[in-house]
Design a protein around this ligand. Structure first.
Ligand SMILES: O=C(O)CCC(=O)C(=O)O
Ligand SMILES: [Fe+2]
Length: 259
């Protein structure tokens, strides 16, 4: 998948623009989270694709070159989906819940993939690869080039690099899981920095409940006397809010917070 994604990004621009991300759109090749003419853009080209359920797919945006791209993405996504299931089972267990709790409530879960390609940047001090944000997903599975650092997570107020480990995946928790667990698990704030010499590729799968699933803290996870920290809303509402907001740390989660 990594090789084919790189091959895609190496295609001439005209070729990649056959799969354009529409202004305000979230799928296709281009720049997501662009809301104004004078906004400073992140130093990143993206190919974002809805994978499942079938109705979120936009087959016209799935590249036909390289030829093996679609089949490989299909197989890759099936494996990552199985991994997300397993992760959520284990996460449920850590919370004292039955392993199938999340699978049961997520319905026909939403799975989307984003390939981020960061070209070498002449002034890494001036621009970010991807601005600080948390993912809206429940869990995110991220694959990055061996030897090419760029991802950083915010821990205790400081940015900590996540060094790529060969053949290892990074798992990030997203906002949906923070809401469902009433904040016992926190979504991680992260960003990508640019690099003066090397380009970098990341392949990121977002796994989240179906859009019509109502999110809110699971009653089992709100202890007696503990405040309910997030309100109830449909995941689709949050998703719309998320994709129409600037990437600005964990600000999008204010949508859900009860103050
Ligand atoms: O490139 C990275 O490591 C970060 C990507 C990311 O956070 C995202 O696509 O949501
Ligand atoms: Fe992210």
């Amino acid at each position: 998948m990594e090789r084919l994604s790189r091959e895609f990004f190496m295609l001439p621009l005209e070729e990649k623009e056959r799969y354009p991300m529409a202004p305000g759109g979230i799928q296709g090749y281009g720049h997501a989270f662009v809301f104004s003419e004078d906004q400073k853009l992140d130093w990143c080209n993206m190919l974002a694709l809805g994978v499942s359920p079938a109705f979120i797919r936009q087959p016209m945006l799935w590249p036909t070159t390289p030829a093996a791209f679609t089949d490989t993405l299909e197989r890759y996504s099936a494996e990552v989906r199985a991994l997300c299931h397993r992760l959520l089972e284990h996460i449920a267990e850590t919370l004292g819940l039955a392993p199938g709790t999340f699978a049961g409530m997520f319905g026909d879960a939403v799975q989307a993939v984003r390939m981020n390609f960061y070209p070498p940047c002449p002034r890494p001090d001036l621009v970010l690869g991807l601005s600080a944000h948390s993912d809206g997903s429940a869990v995110t599975v991220l694959q990055q080039d061996a030897g090419r650092a760029g991802l950083q997570v915010l821990r205790d107020g400081a940015w900590v690099p996540v060094h790529p480990v060969p053949h290892a995946l990074v798992v990030n928790l997203g906002d949906s899981l923070e809401v469902l667990t009433n904040g016992r698990y926190k979504s991680v704030e992260h960003r990508a920095v640019t690099n003066g010499e090397q380009d970098r590729l990341s392949i990121v799968t977002f796994y989240a409940p179906a859009y019509d699933v109502e999110l809110g803290p699971l009653p089992e996870l709100v202890a007696d006397g503990e405040p309910c920290r997030y309100r109830r809303f449909k995941h689709g509402e949050y998703s719309r809010h998320y994709v129409t907001s600037k990437l600005e740390g964990k600000k999008t989660l204010d949508f859900a917070k009860i103050n």
